[in-house]
Design a protein around this ligand. Structure first.
Ligand SMILES: [Zn+2]
Length: 342
């Protein structure tokens, strides 16, 4: 019996509704030997370009003759949103106005709620073949790319106020996601929005992770390299690509249980002077930075870690209002070497 030839083929899928259309490119890379089926998605959100750019380039370099199993991938899942640079697709006239107003990429030019707007692809899984244009787009991504996979990787980007990380909803997802090689793993609650791809995929029996690279709106070499290394490592771990897995860094798990977020509030408006980078682990009492009182620069307060945990983000705005948390700090625990109980 002859072995099936390895190959990578691109396809283009278009969905239509009421005179409008949405398209995406997807590819299937089939190795010459059997193995797992992995789905890789990027670009559901328009202000998160690192995954799309990195994944498209990674697919170009993929040597399918060395591949075991099958990869299905859509690197530019929501191309019109990527073109616009906001989370969701925005009609051209509104986009023009939003740009003229200097609206930030995290905002919605249509002033809609990102959880319920019906345009946010990563709130619409598993999609609907007879639904809105965006629901049809999600249904087509599911049908073409995700449906047959045992494992799923969905690339997103956090803003540059925090470090890259991997999100999962189950022990299996965390254990798989560790092999991506980032220091921070996040177990999100099952009460999360049911339309998230990786939550839906977990419920559909897949091992699914969301990878949050950084930053938003631009592609940095560091983010692209992290994505590339992580994908290689995941596929080596699954035995789909040859080569040894890279050693993992020290890894920490954030579980977002009640009380894990440790707000650091001040009674006055403050400017924060960070003394550590976001992403680091700190023991209780460690010095993280200082806060300067906006109305009286003679008053400067030292900010210390409220417990053992991770500094996840600097403030999104330089000035933090009285009563708001000046630094985003979570209780976190160090993970034992992979393979054991989490
Ligand atoms: Zn996203």
């Amino acid at each position: 019996m002859t072995q099936p030839a390895s190959r990578l083929r691109w396809h283009r899928e278009t969905v239509r509704r009421g005179g409008r259309a949405a398209s995406f490119w997807w590819c299937e890379a089939r190795g010459s030997r059997p193995g797992p089926e992995v789905a890789i998605l990027a670009g559901q959100h328009g202000m998160e370009p690192t995954g799309p750019a990195m994944l498209a380039a990674w697919l170009r370099d993929l040597d399918v003759s060395r591949l075991r199993g099958t990869i299905r991938a859509a690197p530019l899942a929501n191309v019109e949103a990527l073109r616009g640079g906001f989370e969701c697709e925005i009609p051209p006239a509104r986009l023009k106005r939003a740009r003229a107003l200097g609206m930030m990429p995290g905002a919605c030019p249509l002033r809609l709620n990102r959880q319920s707007c019906g345009r946010n692809l990563n709130r619409l899984w598993p999609g609907k073949g007879d639904g809105t244009l965006h629901e049809r787009l999600v249904e087509a991504l599911r049908r073409c790319v995700v449906a047959g996979a045992s494992h799923l990787v969905d690339f997103h980007c956090w803003s540059d106020s925090g470090p890259a990380g991997v999100i999962g909803y189950s022990d299996a997802a965390i254990e798989f996601g560790r092999r991506f090689g980032l220091p921070h793993l996040h177990r999100y609650p099952l009460t999360d929005h049911p339309g998230f791809l990786s939550l839906w995929a977990m419920r559909a029996g897949k091992t699914a992770i969301t990878v949050e690279l950084t930053p938003q709106t631009r592609v940095f070499r560091s983010g692209a390299e992290a994505g590339r290394r992580g994908l290689d490592n995941l596929l080596r771990h699954l035995g789909m690509l040859p080569g040894p897995e890279r050693p993992l860094p020290e890894q920490f798990l954030l579980e977002f249980r009640r009380g894990d977020f440790r707000p650091m509030r001040l009674p006055w408006d403050a400017l924060v002077v960070p003394e550590v980078e976001p992403g680091g682990r700190h023991e209780k009492g460690a010095r993280l930075g200082r806060a300067v009182k906006l109305d009286d620069p003679r008053i400067v307060r030292v900010l210390r870690a409220p417990c053992d945990g991770l500094l996840m983000a600097l403030p999104h705005r330089a000035v933090v209002s009285a009563g708001q948390s000046v630094l985003t700090f979570y209780r976190a625990r160090k993970l034992p070497p992979p393979g054991g109980a989490i």
